[in-house]
Design a protein around this ligand. Structure first.
Ligand SMILES: [Zn+2]
Length: 769
């Protein structure tokens, strides 16, 4: 990821904020609270205005450039003592009207929904520079000293995770080599930046506890002369951490223009050393000729911001109002706290399953704090609506030929917890779990071990069911620890014949495919499914089109290098997850599902959202198109021509069957090739045919007509009280003869082996052989 990528949101924000700095030269100083208030307003409005025109702050470019030059020439950073005039505030509020109108509109019936308050949560003064998002390159971070490479300055990034072993290259913080007050971590913003704050976090390690309890901040334009950040006439002392994980925000008493910033620890946890992870808040001051300032905009006019529950609902409502012909919103249940699990359906005939049309789903927000997936799904929903209306052929085709279901928030309770803290202050795990503390991705019934145990017992895996494994009894008991969110998803999966899905997570950059659960409880082991080749294809489709994953120069997120695996990995080979949604989906339903880890940062700052949409847009679209791979068709009764539900579709050399849906239609995802397919249904004779799957991205039609077994026909005729036709009489007679021959043969064989046994027993040397 480039160090100077810039989004329009950020640009708009900068332009707005920049006029503060410009004003600094001419206006009198005003109070700090005013300053913060105004920054807040600018942040909120400028980011929502991201896709409209730039705020009128742009007009102040001449003044702005003057400030940049003065600031960068002098050794000392320039302090922006004042703030924007009220006119600038008004100018930047381009988009707020619409949103305030949205906020008035409520129509909820759930208790939890009624209790929602119209709370404006405090916005950070300026966006993060990107230590966490990796927008800031390793080369931009330096330190006074460090204990060893794995604790080097490049590890001093907010929320960075360490490997299990300390001592490798990837430890969980920057740690100074000395325990004195001369230590610092330095970030070079490269551009002149209005610094507004620091976020500090302790060291991530399972072996040691280290954190910084107080610190000073120093600023410089040339890395030679440093000025300590002041609070009035005294050097400002910032409050740091009290534990290793909780991020603590320290706002500069006065936002200050500079290029470099240092965090200078003063006190630290008494039993530890000086270790920290940090994020820096600052508004970049771009020159008008900056090549990155505007060409990285998302081209789509979507609502790029983090939507809490209420805002999400309103956004969904606005989309169904905009595209009533192709959308429908429904709920699949409620969270523990009573928030509804909303799904938006996008299809040419919303609300109905059309014969032969595959069903697709995206599920996001299973871990509530992994917020990017939620926003991407909301972006996707808006995008599909807008592009369909525009007549974008690719989208029209997708919407016409597919029934798409989007669940942006599987764990809304968890999300609200993380959202209330904010994208930078939620830490690594806050909001991950359901309200009851359940990790939803470990909460599905473990069907893997049921299947593997049955296979072991039977000795021959082909003798036991390899799909549609029933849910075990313990799981259905009332006191079973099953989250309401999980129950809702399971019945949704059972109701709709989904073919393909992806489960959107965050905190890494990799696509994982099942099985997630390893055999024999191995902590890590490649555990492929019978459809390993197709799953690898699916994972590759997403990973190779995601702009960040596909960048060969990208830095690893935390401590694992997935690039050497082309950014895909078998779930079990990464780490075992019993009870995962992917494994359940594969073993209990027809649906193939992978997990996408969308970004290193679980909860990216709002200014990152337009770029993240661009990073994922093609992947999200092309992945959905994979639902049209392999073979599909309808399985019908030869006489009545009616579709046969629950017919089993077996593909030779693929020890995983799938079943036909209620109308007899089926979809079998397969890579290109020649396949021998056998279809079998209760009461019917099996039918076999050869099906060819080409390279083209559309499914091969492979229909089957099944003939009832003679016994089944006989049963039906008898039930009707009808006369048995001659052909059936003949067939039944042939069947009886065949049965008789088979049973005679079996009896003879049994007798023969008995005879051999008795003879052996009589022979005296028999047991010694
Ligand atoms: Zn996750």
């Amino acid at each position: 990821m480039g160090k100077s990528l810039c989004t329009l949101a950020a640009a708009a924000l900068l332009l707005g904020v920049f006029s503060h700095a410009a004003g600094a030269l001419t206006n009198d100083a005003i109070t700090e609270s005013n300053l913060l208030f105004n920054f807040t307003t600018t942040t909120a409005t400028a980011t929502t205005a991201a896709t409209t025109t730039a705020p009128a702050g742009t007009l102040k470019w001449t003044e702005a450039v003057t400030v940049v030059e003065e600031g960068s020439d002098g050794a000392a950073p320039t302090t922006a003592k004042t703030t924007l005039s009220t006119s600038t505030v008004r100018d930047t509020q381009l988009d707020t009207k619409d949103h305030s109108k949205e906020r008035e509109d409520t129509n909820n019936n759930s208790k939890a929904e009624e209790n929602e308050e119209e709370e404006e949560k405090p916005e950070l003064a300026c966006p993060p520079l990107g230590l966490e998002s990796l927008r800031v390159d390793d080369s931009q971070i330096q330190a006074s000293s460090y204990q060893r490479m794995g604790l080097g300055p490049h590890r001093g990034r907010l929320n960075i995770q360490s490997g299990i072993e300390d001592g490798d290259l990837y430890d969980g913080a920057w740690c100074a080599d000395y325990k004195d007050r001369q230590q610092w971590l330095e970030v070079d913003a490269i551009h002149l930046t209005l610094f507004t704050g620091v976020i500090l976090q302790g060291r991530n390690s399972i072996w040691s506890w280290d954190w910084v309890e107080s610190y000073k901040v120093q600023l410089s334009n040339d890395s030679v002369n440093w000025q300590t950040c002041m609070n009035g006439t005294k050097e400002a002392i910032f409050e740091g951490n009290q534990n290793p994980e909780t991020p603590v925000l320290g706002l500069l008493p006065v936002p200050t223009l500079a290029r470099l910033i240092r965090i200078n620890p003063q006190t630290w946890y008494s039993n530890g050393t000086i270790c920290l992870r940090a994020e820096i808040l600052g508004c970049r001051v771009d020159g008008p000729s900056d090549p990155y300032s505007s060409d990285r905009d998302a081209k789509d006019a979507l609502d790029f911001r983090h939507h809490n529950y209420k805002e999400m609902r309103k956004l969904m409502k606005s989309v169904i109002e905009e595209c009533p012909d192709i959308t429908r919103v429904y709920t699949i249940g409620k969270s523990y706290m009573g928030l509804k699990l909303y799904v938006i359906e996008i299809s040419d005939n919303p609300g109905t399953h059309e014969l032969g049309e595959p069903e697709f789903r995206y599920v996001a927000g299973m871990h509530g704090n992994e917020a990017l997936g939620r926003e991407l799904v909301l972006n996707l929903m808006q995008y599909l609506c807008k592009e369909y209306k525009k007549g974008n052929q690719r989208v029209v085709r997708l919407v016409t030929e597919t029934r798409i279901h989007l669940l942006p928030s599987m764990n809304p309770d968890g999300y609200e917890v993380a959202y209330d803290k904010g994208s930078e202050l939620a830490g690594w795990a806050e909001g991950r779990y359901s309200f009851e503390g359940i990790d939803l991705n470990h909460n599905f019934p473990d069907l893997n071990n049921i299947m593997w145990n049955a296979q072991e017992k039977a000795g021959d895996p082909s003798k036991v069911p390899n799909h549609y494994i029933p849910i075990p009894e313990y799981y259905t008991k009332e006191d079973a620890m099953v989250a309401p969110e999980t129950r809702a998803i399971i019945s949704w999966m059972q109701d709709i014949p989904f073919v393909l899905s992806a489960n959107l997570h965050g905190g890494e950059l990799v696509v994982t495919y099942p099985f997630d659960c390893t055999r024999d409880w191995a902590p890590q082991e490649n555990t492929p499914t019978a459809d390993n080749a197709f799953f690898r294809w699916l994972a590759t489709v997403y990973a190779s089109t995601n702009l960040v994953m596909a960048n060969p120069d990208r830095r690893i997120c935390h401590y694992e290098d997935f690039q050497s695996h082309n950014n895909i990995i078998n779930g079990g080979a990464w780490h075992t997850v019993p009870g995962s949604m992917n494994d359940f989906s594969y073993l209990h339903t027809n649906c193939f599902e992978v997990t996408v880890e969308l970004s290193c940062d679980k909860f990216p700052h709002v200014s990152e959202l337009p770029v993240e949409w661009e990073n994922n847009k093609e992947s999200l679209l092309v992945y959905m198109e994979q639902v049209h791979r392999g073979i599909k068709g309808v399985i019908r009764d030869k006489v009545t021509k009616k579709g046969i539900a629950d017919a089993i579709i077996k593909v030779e050399d693929h020890d995983h069957d799938i079943r036909s849906a209620a109308d007899g239609d089926y979809w079998r995802l397969l890579n290109p090739g020649e396949y021998k397919v056998v279809v079998w249904a209760l009461g019917y004779l099996p039918s076999m045919r050869q099906c060819h799957v080409g390279m083209e991205p559309h499914a091969t039609i492979c229909d089957f007509t099944l003939t009832k077994t003679p016994i089944e026909r006989l049963k039906e005729i008898r039930a009707r009280g009808g006369k048995i036709p001659q052909d059936l009489q003949l067939r039944l007679r042939a069947l009886r003869i065949r049965k008789l021959r088979a049973s005679t043969k079996a009896i003879n064989q049994r007798r023969e082996s008995q005879r051999l046994r008795t003879r052996k027993a009589r022979s005296p040397g028999a047991w010694t052989v």
